[in-house]
Design a protein around this ligand. Structure first.
Ligand code: ADP
Ligand code: ADP
Length: 209
């Protein structure tokens, strides 16, 4: 059964449709990549899946406990890493503090550092630790690779997502750089002009083409 399902999904902004007639079914346990050029509708699809936006038409559903990583600078900039972890614990009854702290330690980020002083890559890793501390069943990541250096993309994100998927969590990550996803994902959703142009497991897609 699918962990993320959309049917006839559409979103219209003032200027027009950003997304239209999208059918999506991400199989459970996959690391799925949502790829497409800027303006394709990736962020819109992510925001609809997280419930941040309401569809203009159609439906989208995440089946399982969700975890999100928003794009840009979502964490409170003036807070310390320790305070962000504390908030995670306070807000989530089944928070896995040991796991979240291990991920922060692996990122070599001092607990006393304020979020605004961190590099983009460090901030991404703290935000990911907070998302994973909730032990999500479905993890949605909007452009998580953008602020990481090339080595960290493979060695940090690639390794971490493989570990997360191994534990049964389904992952959907967006990226506008298809080369960055090499070796990281095993399912592909290609979005262009607000439409799903291609979808399937990477192995199957490679066998067909
Ligand atoms: P991507 O994430 O693939 O770059 P977006 O979902 O951000 O694509 O954008 C898809 C289209 O919707 C673009 O044409 C963009 O300008 C437009 N768009 C995105 N967000 C808004 C918004 N809040 N208001 C109006 N138009 C938007
Ligand atoms: P991305 O392409 O990575 O989604 P954008 O630069 O397109 O990033 O969008 C950044 C923010 O601005 C998002 O919150 C998006 O919803 C909003 N946005 C994008 N395009 C428009 C637009 N045409 N009008 C209003 N808001 C927009």
């Amino acid at each position: 059964s699918a962990a993320l399902v959309a049917a006839g999904l559409g979103k219209r902004y003032r200027r027009g449709w950003a997304l239209r007639g999208c059918a999506v079914a991400v199989p459970r346990g996959r690391i799925a990549a949502l790829v497409g050029p800027n303006g394709a509708g990736k962020s819109t699809l992510m925001a609809l899946a997280t419930g941040l936006l309401r569809p203009t038409e159609g439906t989208v559903a995440v089946r399982g406990k969700p975890g999100f990583l928003a794009q840009g600078k979502p964490l409170y900039q003036g807070f310390t890493v320790e305070e962000v972890l504390h908030a995670g614990r306070a807000l989530n009854p089944d928070w896995d503090d040991a796991y979240a702290r291990r991920l922060v330690a692996e990122a070599e980020v001092p607990l006393g550092a304020r979020i605004r002083t961190l590099s983009g890559g460090q901030r991404t890793r703290v935000a990911l630790a907070v998302a994973l501390g909730r032990r999500p069943e479905v993890l949605l990541l909007d452009e998580p690779l953008a602020d990481l250096d090339p080595l960290a993309r493979q060695e940090v994100m690639g390794a971490l997502l493989a570990e997360v998927a191994e534990q049964g969590t389904t992952v959907l990550l967006s990226s506008h750089v298809i080369a960055d996803l090499d070796g990281i994902c095993d399912h592909l959703l290609l979005l262009s002009g607000g439409r799903v142009q291609l979808a399937g497991d990477v192995e199957e897609l490679l066998a067909e083409h």
